[in-house]
Design a protein around this ligand. Structure first.
Ligand code: NI
Length: 177
């Protein structure tokens, strides 16, 4: 296990689509997942996708009891999600502030599907499915976007709502830091 370098926006590797995982329960896959958890924890992240540490595979981790970067977010179960498929439920969207460990110090307002079902596999190849809403749904959409080479500013429709977290949200005034 190791804390890995997180690639920053501008690195072409973040723009490449990731390949599906073909073999589960391998030492390599478990090591990748351990690195993702450790790196995410070291940086106080809510989630992390394999391409952000330079691994071009459809693997994301996310979840927390509480998160300093998103203090008002409800808890999200700690989840390993491999080869995800998302199915939005309904047409309802919801705007919310997002950050990304690949875009440090910034926040942007992004509209996401309010509710969705996601399917995928865990590290052992067990299939699972969840129907979620709110911040959980937002985190899943943000992380799985990384697997398609998408960063949250590419989802924004109003770049006036993009800026430095410390300027958008001076200490004590805000929901995020
Ligand atoms: Ni991100």
């Amino acid at each position: 296990m190791a804390v890995c370098e997180v690639l920053k926006m501008g690195d072409a590797r973040l723009l490449a689509p990731s390949a599906p995982v073909r073999e589960f329960d391998t030492p390599q896959l478990h090591a990748l997942i351990a690195d993702l958890w450790e790196t995410m924890a070291a940086l106080d992240g809510a989630g992390l996708a394999a391409p952000q540490i330079g691994v071009n595979l459809q693997v994301v981790v996310f979840g927390f009891e509480s998160n300093a970067r998103y203090p008002e977010a409800e808890p999200v179960p700690r989840t390993v999600l491999v080869n995800p498929v998302l199915t939005p439920l309904g047409d309802e969207h919801e705007e919310g502030w997002e950050g990304c460990l690949s875009i440090p110090g910034m926040r942007g307002l992004v509209a996401r599907h309010r509710r969705l079902t996601y399917r995928g596999h865990d590290a052992f190849g067990h299939a699972f499915e969840r129907t979620v809403g709110g911040f959980h749904a937002r985190v899943v959409q943000h992380e799985t976007d990384h697997l398609q080479g998408l960063l949250y500013p590419m989802r924004m429709t109003d770049l006036r709502r993009f800026g430095f977290a410390e300027t958008l949200f001076p200490a004590g005034t805000s929901a995020v830091r």
